[in-house]
Design a protein around this ligand. Sequence first.
Ligand SMILES: [Zn+2]
Length: 254
Amino acid sequence: MAGRPYVLEETDWKTVRETDYSVAVLPWGATEAHNYHLPYGTDNHESTYVATESARRAWDAGARVVVLPTVPFGVNTGQLDIKLTINLNPSTQALVLRDVVQSLEAQGIRKLVIVNSHGGNDFRQMIRELQGTSQVFVAVINWWSCVDAKQFYDVPGDHAGELETSVMMEIAPELVRPLTEAGPGQARKFRIAGLRDGLAWAPRSWTKVTDDTGSGDPAAATREKGVAHLDAVTAKIGEFLVDLAGADIAELYE
Ligand SMILES: [Zn+2]
């Protein structure tokens, strides 16, 4: 039995040789603790699921897209005192991205979309640096912010909270511990007003911010909320992939 043609890890040279793929999708996650109840690979499960389900929708609408294997490490410089958090520095990520782009470029695939699931990853400056050095058009989507999460959750939270717990209940329920085992996900704020209010930004030292590694209370999470959110997200990204697949990248402006 053949694998899904829009999932590179499942497909084969016979299929790839015969398919005129126009858009590659690169899920990018992180390896880090997620409170007591979610796995270290949470961000990887999320970006893989969102990329694959969005690609399925695009494929079914006729777009030839392919999801590349997920990059499992993110920028985690603020969590390195938590055991088995694995950090990939931004400068290393930029080199990984450049090598992926160069591989695609030589093979004639000229559109790449990164589906990012980790708040510490920021690909925009890397994409700016690639612009003009490569013929590949590169775009990035942070999947958690592409629809208004407040439509689906009481308090979404930003790390292992209601949002992430709900989507993981759908994506990988066998890896979610009972919510009675989860910590409250309380995050301490900066003492300085400007840092607290967003006037100034600085990365946080995670073990000083949280007790259970979570930021956001998972107590109100349900699978139903996750299903509704993921459906809205993948419909929107799927539509974007169809539009991008059909676009001439020399004619992107009105
Ligand atoms: Zn996460």
